[in-house]
Design a binder for this molecule. Structure first.
Ligand code: UDP
Length: 237
């Protein structure tokens, strides 16, 4: 493995990937993600993670079907915690010390979110997984990942998705759509490109936090992103 470009990263994993396309957790997928993460931890990168919950519930979708929005958002946040526990389990099977910290206190399953304790864990080579988003309805795990990245001093936000970057149009419907290798924050805004939701994106832009969007399902991609290889799309100044 080459020279590591980033010492401390915040990795955002979408819940959709955890479910392998369906409801719940697909252990084979989580095992594969855990082994990719273990590789970069062993190589010396400090890794904090925010996991989404789209494989369980999205508050917005439940509220469209008649549920109270705040209550369904809390269900969404609880879903993210199940993903955190699954990932913690597979990381520890790889011999990587891992702590889960949740934005909603649940002492039996995880530590509460304590930023200074989180950075201490990272310094000791432990992975920290942040669950329950920012703990508030009407927010997303994208926003949680930007906020946590900034608070713990990560150098980059790695957005690992089921797509391989940011395109100028939807590649599922337009075969001519082109992927950006690099794009500036301003260009993302001007073209209305979808990188993260608006709150998350403006947090990154205002604080000059670079974002790399890449495909999680291609083996070795997390290491490539950490090494600074050209991969997916880099969003920066
Ligand atoms: N959520 C929330 N506040 C947060 C983070 C998440 O209310 O700070 C809820 C929201 O309902 C969201 C769901 O949890 O739809 C799952 O998170 P998200 O949709 O961000 O997961 P992803 O799409 O990344 O899998």
């Amino acid at each position: 493995m080459g020279q590591l470009r980033y010492d401390r990263v915040l990795l955002k994993l979408s819940g959709e990937v955890f479910g392998g396309g369906s409801f719940g957790v697909d252990p084979d997928v989580v095992q594969n993600i855990a082994s990719q993460i273990a590789d970069i931890v062993r190589a010396g990168t400090q890794v904090a993670i925010v996991v989404g919950g789209g494989n369980y519930f999205r508050g917005g979708e439940l509220s469209e079907r008649g549920m109270d929005r705040a209550r369904s958002d809390y269900m969404g946040m609880l879903g993210t915690v199940m993903n955190c526990l699954a990932l913690q389990d597979f990381l520890e099977k790889q011999g990587i010390d891992t702590r889960v910290q949740t934005a909603i206190t649940m002492g039996q399953v995880a530590e509460p979110y304590i930023p200074r304790r989180a950075t201490r864990h990272l310094e000791k080579g432990r992975v920290v997984i942040f669950g329950a988003g920012v703990g508030m309805p009407f927010f997303s795990t994208d926003t949680a990942s930007a906020q946590r990245a900034l608070e713990i001093g990560a150098q980059v936000l790695l957005m690992a998705k089921a797509v391989d970057g940011v395109y100028d149009d939807d590649p599922r419907t337009n075969p001519e759509a082109k992927r950006f290798e690099r794009v500036s924050y301003q260009e993302v805004l001007r073209r209305g490109l979808k990188v993260a939701d608006a709150t998350a994106f403006s947090l990154c832009m205002d604080n000059r936090l670079p974002i790399i969007v890449f495909n999680l399902l291609e083996d070795g991609n997390i290491a490539r992103a950490v090494n600074g290889d050209t991969i997916g799309t880099l969003v920066s100044n």
